[in-house]
Design a protein around this ligand. Structure first.
Ligand code: BGC
Length: 677
C-alpha cells in the first residue's frame, strides 16, 4: 500500500513498498551514569514513589504537598492548570530530598484544544504528513500548559465496529496502524524530546485490546501467537523502533493472562526481543483489575504480579504505593526489579530534559486555536471525509438554497468525538455555521429536526421537512453523538440511532435531492438509508473544523480523496469483518440468499461455501473504498521480480492517470498475501 501523493492531471506515478525508518532516541552513557548515581541515593520508598502515577485531585491540599516533598509521587495525569503544575513541580524539585522532577500527562488523543478528526478519521486520510502535523500541533498546545506526556497513539488493530474504541484507532489494518502510529509519535516527540514543545508518546494498549470478544470493552481476548505476531504486534514493534518513549498495558487478558501481568509480552517480547528501554505504564487501575480477572488474590498480589511482569508505572491502582516496598522486604519482588522500573522512568525524565528544565514558561500569547492549527485541522477534515456515493449531485454548483437539517448539522460538542476533554465547543465550527458564513449567497433553511442522534420523537421533524421543501438540495447531517463511541461506549446495534431513518424517509418524500453526511465514531450499518439518498459523505467525528472542511467538499472547493480505514458491514452480524480474513477451504462463491431457498428444500452441504445466508459475503463498502469527483485509471501492475527473497525488495509499478481535469489526491492500495509452500 502507499500513501497519499498529489496526482495532477495526466501525471503518472509509480509506487514502492517502503520500509519505516527507525529514529530511536537512545540514552547517552552520560544519562545512564546520572540514573545510576541517583538510584544509589534513593531509598526504597523514594523508588516506589517514582513508580506512582496519580490523577488530579482538584488542587494542592496539604497532604498532597507533603507527599510531593517526600517523593511519593512520580507523575500526574489530568492536572491542567499551568500554575498548579508549576507549583507542584517546584515542590518536587526544590523541597524533595533528591529534587526529581514530576511529569504531567494527559490523554491528548486527537488534539488538545484544536480538535482534529478522531484517529479513525485521520486514518482515512492515509496521509502520514498530515497525521504528524496534527500530532505536532496537539503537542504544541498541550505542552504550553505543561503536559509533556500524552497517552497516544492508540495502535490497537480494530475490526469490530461494536467496540466503542474503534474511534481511537487507525482501523483494521496492521500496516496502516504501523505507519500512522509512527507518524503520530514523530509529531508528538519530534527528534528531540528535550524540546519544551515535545511530548512523550505512549504506544497503547499493549496488546490485543481491539480483539475484545463481541466488541465489548475490556473483554477477554484469545489471540494465537502467530496472529499476535502477524497482526497485533507489528505496530508496537515499529513504535518501539521509532523511539516511542512509553508504552501502556491493555485492560484485556490474552489467552487467560491479563496484559498487565503478562511476562511473555512485557518482558520476553517488549524488553528482551525488542530491547525496549522506555516506560511501561499500566492502564488506569489495570493492576487492580487483575483481581476481578481472577488472576490476583488482592491488591498486594496484583502489585507482585505486575512488578514481576515488568509493569513500571502504576496508574491509579495504588498497588505500588501501598504494597511494593513490603513486597521487596518480603523477598517477593526483588529490588533489582524495582530498580529497573525506576531506571526507565528516570530515563524518561532525563530524555524530556526535565532535570535541566523542569518548569514551563507561561505563554504570553494564547497558544490555542491559532490560525495554523485551525487551517491544519480543516485540511485534516477535508482529507478524512470519505465520499461513499455520488449520483451526480456533488459538488454542489449553482444551487441557490440548501436545507441544513439533521442532528449533527449544528452539534459543536458532538462533532469533536471522544477524548476531546477540555476542548471548547464554542470554538467548533459546525456545518450550519460554516455554510452560513462562507456561502452568503446561498439561502440556508435550517432545522435540526432531531435535537440529537438518539431522539425518537418526531415532533420537530416537520420543521426540517419544511426547510427541505423550500430548498434546492437537502443536506442531511446524520450520525451519532460523541458519547456513543470511545471507551466503554460499545453498541450491539450499530445502525442509525433514534428516529434518524424515519426523518430521512420524511425528507425523501419531498422529492428533493438529498446529500447525507454521516458524522460518527464508528462504521454505521446503513444500507437502506444510502439507497434513499443521492450522495453520501462519511466523516468520523472530524473535530473543531468539521463545518468548514465538509463545506469545502460539498461545494467543490476541495476534492474528496479519503478512503475507508475499516470495512463497513451491511449488518452487525457480519462482525468482526475485515479485508484480510484468511481464506477458508471453501471461499465464498455460489452464494444463495435465504430468500431464494425454496420452502422445504433438501438439506445438503455439498458445494456450500463460507458466507451468511442473509448477508452473503460482501460488506456494504470494503476497506480502502472511497470515491472522488475525478477518476483515476490504473495501468497493469508490473513487478521488478516474481520472487521475493529474504531481505530483498520488490518494486511494484503502475501508472495512475487522473482522467478528469481536477487536481486531486489519491491513495493507491497494494495488497499482498502470503501463501505457504
Ligand atoms: C484508558 C487509557 C487512558 C487512561 C488514562 C484509561 O481508561 O483505557 O487509554 O490513557 O484511561 O486516562
Amino acid at each position: 500500500m502507499t500513501f497519499k501523493k498529489l496526482v495532477p492531471w495526466c501525471v503518472v506515478i509509480g509506487f514502492v513498498i517502503g520500509l519505516v525508518a527507525a529514529c530511536t532516541d537512545k540514552p547517552t552513557n552520560q544519562t545512564e551514569k546520572r540514573i545510576e548515581a541517583l538510584l544509589k541515593q534513593m531509598t526504597l520508598e523514594e523508588k516506589v514513589g517514582q513508580l506512582n502515577q496519580i490523577n488530579d485531585v482538584g488542587g494542592l491540599p496539604e497532604d498532597l504537598k507533603a507527599q510531593l516533598a517526600s517523593g511519593e509521587i512520580g507523575s500526574f495525569l489530568n492536572v491542567i492548570d499551568p500554575e498548579l503544575i508549576i507549583e507542584m513541580q517546584r515542590i518536587a524539585v526544590e523541597e524533595s530530598r533528591l529534587g526529581i522532577p514530576l511529569i504531567f500527562a494527559r490523554d491528548v488523543i486527537h488534539g488538545y484544544k484544536t480538535i482534529f478528526p478522531i484517529p479513525l478519521g485521520q486514518a482515512a486520510s492515509w496521509n502520514r504528513d498530515l497525521v504528524e502535523l496534527g500530532a505536532r500541533i496537539s503537542a504544541e498546545e498541550a505542552s504550553a500548559i505543561g503536559i509533556r506526556w500524552t497517552f497516544s497513539p492508540m495502535i490497537d488493530i480494530s475490526r469490530d465496529a461494536r467496540w466503542g474504541r474503534i474511534a481511537e484507532s487507525f482501523g483494521e489494518d496492521t500496516y496502516l496502524n504501523t505507519e500512522l502510529g509512527v507518524a503520530m509519535i514523530r509529531g508528538y516527540q519530534t527528534d528531540d524530546l528535550t524540546d519544551p514543545t515535545a511530548m512523550a508518546a505512549c504506544a497503547k494498549h499493549f496488546v490485543g485490546y481491539g480483539a475484545s470478544e463481541s466488541g465489548k470493552d475490556y473483554n477477554t481476548t484469545w489471540i494465537p501467537e502467530v496472529q499476535m505476531r502477524d497482526v497485533y504486534l507489528p505496530p508496537f514493534q515499529a513504535a518501539a523502533e521509532a523511539g516511542a518513549a512509553t508504552f501502556m498495558c491493555s485492560f484485556n487478558d490474552i489467552n487467560g493472562v491479563p496484559s498487565t501481568g503478562n511476562k511473555h509480552l512485557n518482558i520476553n517480547i517488549l524488553r528482551n526481543e525488542w530491547g525496549y528501554d522506555g516506560v511501561l505504564v499500566s492502564d488506569w487501575g489495570s493492576a487492580e483489575n487483575m483481581i476481578p480477572h481472577g488472576f490476583a488474590h488482592d491488591l498486594k498480589d496484583a502489585a507482585r504480579i505486575a512488578a514481576n511482569a515488568g509493569m513500571d508505572v502504576d496508574m491509579m491502582s495504588y498497588a505500588y504505593p501501598q504494597h511494593l516496598a513490603d513486597l521487596v522486604r518480603e523477598g517477593k519482588v526483588s529490588e533489582k526489579t524495582v530498580d529497573n522500573a525506576v531506571r526507565n522512568i528516570l530515563r524518561l525524565k532525563f530524555r524530556l530534559g526535565l532535570f535541566e528544565n523542569p518548569y514551563i514558561e507561561l505563554p504570553t500569547e494564547n497558544p490555542f486555536y491559532t490560525e495554523r492549527a485551525l487551517e491544519a485541522a480543516r485540511q485534516s477534515v477535508v482529507e478524512s471525509t470519505i465520499l461513499l456515493k455520488n449520483e451526480g449531485v456533488l459538488p454542489l454548483t449553482n444551487v441557490k438554497s440548501v436545507a441544513v437539517v439533521g442532528p449533527m448539522s449544528d452539534a459543536g460538542l458532538d462533532q469533536m468525538g471522544t477524548w476531546s476533554l477540555g476542548a471548547d465547543p464554542n470554538f467548533s465550527i459546525t456545518p450550519l455555521a460554516a455554510i452560513r458564513s462562507e456561502y452568503p449567497n446561498i439561502t440556508v433553511n435550517a432545522a435540526r429536526g432531531l435535537e440529537y442522534s438518539r431522539v425518537k420523537d418526531m415532533k420537530e421533524v416537520g420543521k426540517a421537512v419544511e426547510a427541505a421543501r423550500k430548498s434546492d438540495v437537502v443536506l442531511f447531517f446524520a450520525g451519532e453523538e460523541a458519547i456513543l463511541s470511545g471507551e466503554a461506549k460499545c453498541l450491539a446495534n450499530i445502525s442509525l440511532q433514534g428516529a434518524q431513518t424515519e426523518m430521512l424517509k420524511a425528507l425523501k418524500a419531498t422529492g428533493k435531492p438529498i446529500v447525507m453526511v454521516v458524522i460518527a465514531g464508528r462504521p454505521i450499518t446503513m444500507g437502506p438509508e444510502i439507497e434513499m439518498v443521492d450522495a453520501v459523505l462519511y466523516a468520523f467525528h472530524p473535530g473543531s473544523m468539521t463545518g468548514p472542511g465538509i463545506a469545502d467538499l460539498i461545494f467543490g472547493k476541495a476534492i474528496p480523496s479519503a478512503k475507508l480505514p475499516v470495512t463497513m458491514p451491511k449488518m452487525v452480524g457480519q462482525l468482526p469483518i475485515y479485508y484480510n480474513h484468511k481464506n477458508t477451504g471453501r471461499p465464498a462463491n455460489n452464494i444463495t440468499y435465504m430468500d431464494d431457498i425454496p420452502y422445504g428444500a433438501e438439506q445438503f452441504s455439498i458445494g456450500s461455501t463460507s458466507y451468511h445466508l442473509d448477508a452473503g459475503d460482501k460488506p456494504l463498502y470494503p476497506f480502502g473504498y472511497g470515491l472522488s469527483y475525478t477518476t483515476f485509471e490504473y495501468s497493469p501492475v508490473t513487478l521488478s521480480s516474481n520472487i521475493l527473497k529474504d531481505n530483498e525488495t520488490i518494486t511494484v509499478s503502475c501508472d495512475i492517470t487522473n482522467t478528469v481535469k481536477y487536481k486531486s489526491d489519491t491513495v493507491a492500495h497494494l495488497i499482498t498475501r502470503a501463501l505457504r509452500g
